[in-house]
Write a protein that binds this ligand. Structure first.
Ligand SMILES: [Fe+2]
Length: 388
């Protein structure tokens, strides 16, 4: 058996900074298909895009919901196939970008069929995130929800990577504080999981570490002062950098569990991640079963603490410092410290533990986790994260 090859790639060309949306003015395209949601439409964001692209015709699909469903992807796909656009613009949070990416993936599947009826060229995909969290503009992941079975399905395929990402912080100043908090903690989870992942490399470490540093420096500022363009701009970049890190390494069981709990109890993805993060770090590092001193994962977490200037004279101190810092962030961001505080009844939570564990075991994110996880570990983690 040969040695497994490592790769690191950067695909979308990134335009970033205040007014980077002006990139759109230079485009010369005919048919444009915009994938977005009702909020973007109401806030006039869609109009901002349309104004910039002169001479084009537009079809707007604005039915994307949070935690987008398979049905929504199907509807968007139908609309897309009818339009045959030259350009697809995904405008919004991770949900809109994920739907546009899934549409593109199904386009590829259908086009590659031997008896295909699809003969138009692959359109350009431009992702314009309006929240700073998912990093979806730069990743080959798209998470779609199977609403009937309360299941989140992460699709992973490089063909979904956007061609261009525009990170204009102007678009993020209207994001309400609770969404800033949830999405910011999602980005932090991406960066931390990417850093400790089994698939991390020197390349991904750079992006993960820098992203963590920026989020620690600017998230509370953006949460308190939503119109602080400096803080917004930094966070927008950090979220994208965390995306670069995890799409080239992986996330881990924090995401598997967040998918399972989020799909069952309709929690926002970032919030579920934020609640789980302190528990998962303690588990992965071996802090909760006294295997920490021999743990290479604890060493990685401690490197993060050191970089942040947190007390870390031993592995134990380094891990505890990181966990405490994250709990402090959650408190300041008004994020509950456990699932019990999310108005989830105990008997309801207990009832669904077996199915959530099953979903988390099957979740593709589990394969990247730095510690091998058994079913009983997932049960333990879920109960712990519920009660605190
Ligand atoms: Fe995430």
């Amino acid at each position: 058996m040969g040695k497994e090859m490592n790769t690191f790639f950067l695909k979308p060309k990134i335009y970033f900074g205040n007014h980077s949306l002006n990139y759109l003015s230079d485009l010369n395209v005919g048919k444009v298909f915009i994938v977005t949601d009702q909020t973007m439409l109401k806030l006039g964001m869609t109009e901002k895009i349309i104004e910039k692209i002169k001479g084009a015709t537009f079809k707007i699909f604005s039915d994307v919901e949070p935690n987008p469903s398979i049905e929504t992807v199907k509807k968007a796909l139908e609309c897309f196939l009818k339009e045959q656009p030259e350009l697809v613009i995904a405008l919004g949070g991770g949900s809109s970008i994920d739907v546009a990416k899934a549409v593109l993936l199904f386009y590829h599947y259908m086009k590659d069929m031997p008896d295909t009826k699809i003969h138009f060229k692959k359109p350009l995909l431009i992702a314009i995130p309006t929240t700073s969290g998912t990093g979806s503009e730069i990743t080959s992941y798209s998470v779609i929800t199977d609403t009937k079975n309360h299941l989140k399905i992460p699709l992973i395929d490089e063909r979904m990577l956007p061609d261009v990402a525009i990170l204009d912080e102007q678009l993020t100043i209207t994001v309400p504080p609770s969404v800033t908090a949830d999405t910011g903690m999602d980005a932090l989870t991406h960066a931390i999981e990417a850093y400790v992942s089994l698939k991390s490399t020197e390349f991904t470490d750079i992006f993960a570490k820098r992203s963590i540093k920026i989020i620690f420096n600017y998230l509370l500022r953006a949460y308190r002062f939503g119109e602080d363009l400096d803080a917004r701009g930094k966070l927008h970049i950090a979220s994208c950098m965390a995306g670069i890190a995890f799409t080239n390494s992986s996330v881990g069981i924090n995401h598997s569990l967040a998918h399972a709990v989020g799909a069952r109890f309709h929690l926002s993805h970032g919030r579920a991640n934020a609640i789980l993060l302190p528990y998962v770090i303690q588990y992965n590092s071996g802090l909760c079963d006294d295997t920490i001193d021999a743990s290479p994962v604890a060493k990685r977490y401690t490197e993060i603490s050191k970089m942040l200037g947190l007390p870390s004279s031993s592995l134990k101190e380094g891990v505890i410092s990181l966990v405490t810092a994250i709990q402090f962030f959650n408190k300041k961001l008004n994020i509950p410290l456990n699932f019990k505080e999310c108005n989830i009844k105990e008997n309801e939570f207990e009832k669904y533990i077996p199915s959530m564990v099953e979903d988390a075991m099957k979740d593709i994110c589990t394969t990247g986790n730095p510690r091998k996880v058994m079913e009983k570990d997932f049960v333990y983690l879920l109960k712990w994260a519920y009660n605190g």
